[in-house]
Design a protein around this ligand. Structure first.
Ligand code: HEM
Length: 203
């Protein structure tokens, strides 16, 4: 076998191994990024400690106070520790930044896609205030469509996340019903385009 051939074989091998490595290392990097993001969102902490958050002034699971006329959703949550309150506050700032920078947490879930669309297009605002172990969250929507979306999200947060630490449900069917309702006649076309462009499979 001529030297040129052996060199070629050697070169090809280095290249494949290199690629192999680079492909697997980029996969590795992506997983690391996802894990870091997950940590920074405090979702693992909130899931683990979901029972350590109470409706202010009671031992009950936190529930939001809804006013459909004002299109507002308000929460007053008491954590059992200052650390718990800070972790929830950090979660809200992390998610607010994600949505304001046009990103899509939980991109497999149509409800979270619709909430991201509403936030980025300023169809609702979120105000977060913490004092000691108490967190107050005020969300105000401009349209009934946006209100129905944040209302459905708050039901998930109360009934599944806080009540059971269950983050495995997919709320897409609830979101599809809202999207099909007359409340979303004006936004439906652009919402459907947004969802078809952004929806991902579940990891
Ligand atoms: C499954 C993973 C989760 C994702 C992707 C997620 C994402 C979000 C997003 C996008 C918001 C809205 C932020 C805004 O409107 O500015 C939010 C709000 C909130 N999240 Fe999470 N979250 C997750 C898990 C949890 C868990 C496990 C808890 C608590 C146990 C929690 C508690 C809250 C609360 C209290 C709010 C504010 C109230 C509301 O938006 O109605 N989240 N989260």
């Amino acid at each position: 076998m001529k030297i040129r051939d052996t060199t070629m074989i050697l070169f090809v091998n280095i290249f494949i191994i290199g690629c192999g490595n680079s492909t697997s290392s980029s996969m590795g990097n992506q997983n690391m990024t996802d894990m870091n993001e997950n940590q920074k969102s405090n979702i693992p902490y909130l899931k683990q400690n979901h029972a350590k958050y109470k409706q202010h002034g009671s031992m009950l699971t936190p529930v939001s106070v809804k006013d459909e006329n004002k299109k507002s959703i308000n929460w007053t949550i008491s954590a059992t520790s200052e650390e718990g309150a800070m972790k929830l506050q950090e979660h809200l700032y992390f998610m607010e930044n994600k949505l304001n920078s046009d990103q899509n947490p939980r991109a497999f879930d149509t409800l979270f896609l619709m909430e991201a669309y509403m936030k980025y297009n300023r169809y609702y605002t979120t105000l977060v205030e913490r004092s000691g172990t108490d967190i107050v969250v005020s969300k105000n929507a401009k349209t009934m469509c946006a209100y129905k979306v944040i209302s459905a999200h708050s039901d998930a947060v109360s009934g599944d996340f806080f009540a059971q630490g269950n983050i495995m449900k997919n709320y897409s069917s609830i979101a599809e019903e809202i999207l099909a309702s007359k409340d979303c006649d004006n936004e439906r076309a652009s919402l459907q385009r947004y969802i078809s462009e952004r929806k991902k499979g579940r990891m």
